[in-house]
Write a protein that binds this ligand. Sequence first.
Ligand code: FAD
Length: 290
Amino acid sequence: MKLCKLFDEKKVVFSFEIFPPKKTSSIETVYNTLDALKGLHPDYISVTYGAGGAGSGKTCEIATLIKGKYHIEPLAHLTCINATREQILAELEAFKKSGIENILALRGDRNPEIPACYDFAYAGELVEFIAQHGDYNIVGACYPEGHPECNSLEEDITHLKDKVDKGVSHLNSQLFFDNNDFYRFLELTQKAGIFVPIQAGIMPVTNSRQIERMVSLTGAKLPSKFSKIMARYGDNPEALRDAGIAYATEQIVDLIASGVRGIHLYTMNLPYVAQRISTNISSILQTSNQ
Ligand code: FAD
């Protein structure tokens, strides 16, 4: 099923993101995660694409498994910065053969160690290419605090509008910890004429190393309320995990109450955390979709 239909049918879409196991691990290690996530009845599950195109085959393999074995709609991520047109065509062919209809079209992060191919400079070019080479539902990424490479949020949104106009049906956002940043972003996108549904990306923080890595990668701002949690519970993994789950739950409750069209949970392949959050918000989701 194409994900655009979901947004026609539901007021609030709830989805998960998982990543393929490392190159050295077998694909089976993802089964435990998927076995547990299936019971939480997400609307779809997205599968990341290795940075720099590494481990690309696994994205297709896991997306195929999600569809065939778990009967959940997959969203396969695909990056283009290190890929030639021929490589992207081969990926599209593999998706088509496996019945994968939904693709998150991404540029990918620049990596000085991997030479960029210049067939695609931006995700918008990949969106255009995918639209010309098959009947896929195309999703895009967006950044409530602005993409780290861009000079301003406004400029980033101008590029985003261009990407959406090339054939994106909905957007998944980068993680953020201050809902006000997301609301401001929604306002600016509306003003810029972007009217596709935008799902809020929420990452429950469960350990302090993970948050340091995420903040350095994404440039996400840490509100003082959040920093206080890190300072108080950072040395106690259980307390930090509980506080992280509580913080993410509070963010989600506020976002849904404010009319946001969807929540995309970065599960970090931790079903326990996804489970607790899903339980916390189950009646809220149910009420919102009545
Ligand atoms: P783009 O939309 O191309 O934007 C990148 C930058 O270029 C922005 O600053 C934008 O303003 C600018 N820009 C865009 N178009 C133009 C233009 N025409 N002219 C000038 N400037 C322009 N990475 C992975 O490697 N694998 C994954 O699976 C993955 N999944 C992700 C999922 C989500 C929901 C998000 C938010 C990010 C994900 N990423 C992933 C990270 C992503 O690849 C990086 O953030 C990357 O740096 C930008 O990708 P993009 O598709 O947003 O790029």
